[in-house]
Write a protein that binds this ligand. Structure first.
Ligand SMILES: [Cu+2]
Length: 480
């Protein structure tokens, strides 16, 4: 809908207000009600199986976490039919999101549903840390854990230290709107930038919460389909943990233009660029695992290979955005839109789709149809580049995010039209994934082995084969 509105200059497919609601709900749903539950699905399916536990440490709390997410998502979406959705962007910066400028119920739906699902997310982080540290099968030392489980440790640590900042920011803004306090109001001693800081103290670690598990999935998939032990297990673990630490020291790059001094901006600029180092280590380790491997181009592997160039371009443009002085030019422009879609779709979405294909037989006992999957793969990937590559130059030409239309004279028409065609090709690709799943439920090849890929996790995704470690006589722990 957003791309259709922007396909041509001066379009009236959507009104300005409707456009604002659409991009606000798009961002909020994709991050908090799509990526988060999707990574948690992978946590729940894979971690107990990888560490040899029958369930998580606190199964009841795990169920509560799921239903908090589920009903919060319903509450958020019901705003479409009751009173109107939030419209101040997924970041909901005050003063725009304060009652004075945004009197409708939309923002309250946003604030309440995000607080509810946030509690579930924090509980899930605690639950999986306890599970991984207390319920591993005998003999599975920390440095003998499969890499996906390590990525869950990294993501869970970040969840526990980041989500409380968001919870407080949302609560205080809700107080401003509902009880008339002045935490973030311009007048009466409030400070809108305090909300922005608190939001991004959570927000930047959040993007790593959703990409770290994808990194774990890539490590599992690459080793299996290169039929080779993962390259640099120890540096893979170290880079996961390093990324989760650095992710706390970069948040101000989301508002270099706030006007903080050169000293502050330089610190956050350098810290932001430093993330490229441990991330680079991982990309090279994946490439070295493929090197001299006996590659099998299955669907999980195709999405993993497609991730490498896509995420690398996204990362490189991230370094460009981290250069504070230059960022004054393209902050909040379509250059930024292209960047974060490239790292979030190329990083997280590609990884979750690879993980879905990789563990689908484990979850449901049948394979997803390869042929339909390949059509989906190529449509989605080609559509992705056609959609987002034009947005980099559009941003450099001055087109800003969140504008519902643009005048003909700006020279942005052609690139926007191409970008819209790309979005439709991506949509077609996604439709083929849906067709693939529906078709495979009926005609998918049944898998009775529980290991259709000959995964050998204990051989290939560990530093060295587990010498005395055969599962048959391992006592599976029922509870800590
Ligand atoms: Cu950031």
């Amino acid at each position: 809908m957003l791309r259709t509105q922007l396909a041509v200059p001066g379009n009236h497919f959507l009104t300005a207000e409707h456009y604002d609601q659409i991009f606000t709900t798009h961002g909020t749903i994709m991050i908090l009600f799509m990526a988060m539950p999707f990574i948690f699905a992978m946590f729940n399916i894979v971690v107990p199986l990888q560490i040899g536990a029958r369930d998580v440490a606190f199964p009841y709390l795990n169920a509560i976490s799921f239903w908090l997410f589920f009903f919060a998502a319903l509450l958020f979406n019901i705003s479409f039919v009751f009173g109107g959705s939030p419209d101040a962007g997924w970041v909901s910066y005050p003063p725009l999101s304060e009652l004075g400028f945004d009197p409708g119920p939309g923002e309250n739906f946003y604030l309440l549903s995000l607080q509810i699902t946030g509690i579930g997310s924090i509980a899930t982080g605690i639950n999986f840390l306890a599970t991984i540290f207390k319920m591993r099968a005998p003999g599975m030392k920390l440095m003998r854990m499969p890499l996906f489980t390590w990525s869950v440790v990294a993501a869970s640590v970040v969840i526990i230290f980041a989500f409380p900042a968001l919870a407080i920011a949302l609560l205080l803004l809700m107080f401003d709107r509902v009880f008339g306090t002045h935490f973030f109001t311009i007048l009466h001693g409030g400070d809108p930038m305090m909300f922005v800081n608190l939001f991004w103290i959570w927000g930047h670690p959040e993007v790593y919460i959703v990409v770290l598990p994808a990194f774990g999935i890539y490590s599992e998939v690459v080793a299996t389909f290169a039929r080779k032990r993962i390259f640099g297990y120890t540096s893979m673990v170290a880079s996961l943990m390093l990324i989760s630490v650095i992710s706390y020291f970069v948040w101000a790059h989301h508002f270099f233009t706030m006007g903080s001094g050169a000293g502050v901006n330089s610190f956050f600029a350098i810290a932001s660029m430093m993330v490229a180092i441990p991330t680079g280590v991982k990309v090279f380790n994946w490439l070295f695992t493929m090197w001299h491997g006996r590659i099998r181009l299955t669907l999980p592997m195709l999405w993993t290979i497609a991730f490498v160039p896509c995420f690398t371009i996204g990362g490189a443009t991230g370094v460009m955005l981290a250069a504070a002085p230059a960022d004054y030019q393209y902050h909040n422009s379509y250059f930024l839109i292209a960047h974060f879609h490239q790292v979030l779709i190329g990083g997280t979405v590609f990884g979750l789709i690879a993980g879905m294909y990789y563990w689908w037989p484990k979850m449901f006992g049948f394979m997803l149809d390869e042929r339909l999957g390949r059509i989906a793969f190529w449509l989605f990937n080609i559509g992705f580049y056609v959609c987002f590559m034009p947005q980099y130059p559009l941003g450099l030409m001055g087109m800003q995010r969140r504008m519902y239309t643009y005048p003909a004279g700006m020279g942005w028409g052609t690139l926007n039209f191409i970008s819209t065609i790309g979005a439709y090709i991506m949509a077609l690709g996604f439709l083929f994934i849906v067709i693939q799943v529906v078709y495979s439920i009926k005609y998918g090849e049944r898998d009775l082995t529980g290991d259709p890929w000959d995964g050998r996790t204990l051989e290939w995704s560990l530093p060295s084969p587990a010498p005395h470690y055969n599962l048959s006589n391992t006592r599976i722990r029922t509870s800590p």
